[in-house]
Design a protein around this ligand. Sequence first.
Ligand SMILES: Cc1cc2nc3c(=O)[nH]c(=O)nc-3n(C[C@H](O)[C@H](O)[C@H](O)COP(=O)(O)OP(=O)(O)OC[C@H]3O[C@@H](n4cnc5c(N)ncnc54)[C@H](O)[C@@H]3O)c2cc1C
Length: 404
Amino acid sequence: MESFSMSLNDEQRTIQEWVHGFAVSAMRPIAHEWDEREETPWSFIRAAADTGIYSFDFFANAYADPTGLTLMVALEELAWGDAGLCMSIMGSTLAVAGLLAAGTPEQQMEWIPACFGTPSDPQVAAFCVSEADAGSDVSSLRTRAGYDEATDEWVLDGTKTWITNGGIAAVHVVVATVDPSLGSRGQASFVVPAGTPGLRMGRKFQKMGIRASHTAEVVLEGCRVPGHLLLGGKEQLDERFARAREGVRSSQQAAMATFELSRPAVGAQALGIARAAYEYALDHAKERVQFGRPIIENQSIAFALADMAISIESARLLVWRAAWMAAQRLPFTKGEGSMAKLAASEAAVSVTDKAIQIVGGFGYTRDCPVEQWHRDAKIYTIFEGTSEIQRLIIARSISGLKIR
Ligand SMILES: Cc1cc2nc3c(=O)[nH]c(=O)nc-3n(C[C@H](O)[C@H](O)[C@H](O)COP(=O)(O)OP(=O)(O)OC[C@H]3O[C@@H](n4cnc5c(N)ncnc54)[C@H](O)[C@@H]3O)c2cc1C
């Protein structure tokens, strides 16, 4: 087991400085423009791929870090640069987490690199779980996957909603119900490559924040994928279902296992937004003079900044701990992944709110980045499990009871 350290090692610090430099030079200057345009920022995605920040190699190296912190550090810097642009590249990693959670080693080798494309031809990927009637309640998915034995193909039918990169992705990882009588244990994940007949983008959503990130419906109509695109393979699925029918408690459902893996990473992004707003508000409070003195000399402003700093620093400790535990393959026995995501996302909302208050009227205008950061922060308490669902997971973990 890698021992715990409170300081980053030389390699992690180098990566932090490199990604921070990219955020300063390639993200901050275009953040406002892409927020207003609300389109997929392909020129930015290409720039990120060109520098190597958006690539399979970068992800694989960061993922291989035995302390688990490299990816957290990089994500915090990218979201500090701009959360929407960050999501336009890092949204793909949710599909990667889906492949890591359910795929065989061969499937992972084939499909994880495809989620990123190549430096000269970058691609994005999507993880498709949510449906109109199945948001927090992922056990009630209506999308069906039926097996056609004659052709060894799976046939997918249903509509996924609010999907990051939905319909524009090179790789869609789709979670569907195979055996409805088994509830969430009757689900399986499938790779649906771009261009598969029967897969199309539905409505594209207009959002409050992270507007450079594409969010849309994914419609599957008689969408046929070859048998080898069932993640984990048919034999494993049949065995899993047989155990479920006998009432044997199995490991988590595919969607939940994926979210457990990705929660510290979501928290790291929320931290980046919070830190951006805190730094801006701190600078502003030192410069802005009212009643003949900088506003920071008033305790109400200085204490607000102190509270902002505390919530960021404490959330970062939870994010780093959860990432470290995940890298050590230690189980989250107290909902540690949920604690990290919850603390960081709620810190982002409250810190950006306080930052607007400290900046005052200018902070409420679109000329000021804290206005956008507050809009961007809000999604972090909603996607990949709302704050209420995180509390539910933590409460169930610490009590051992089926809290509702
Ligand atoms: C920008 C964006 C990107 C997204 N990207 C993806 C993606 O890539 N892939 C994907 O699959 N999904 C994605 N989602 C969907 C997201 O994960 C869901 O919106 C989220 O899980 C919540 O589901 P819901 O919106 O249906 O809300 P609901 O489940 O309807 O919840 C509404 C409210 O009820 C509360 N609630 C529900 N159940 C309980 C309970 N048991 N106890 C207490 N409170 C409860 C919730 O906390 C919430 O406050 C995305 C959403 C957005 C907005």
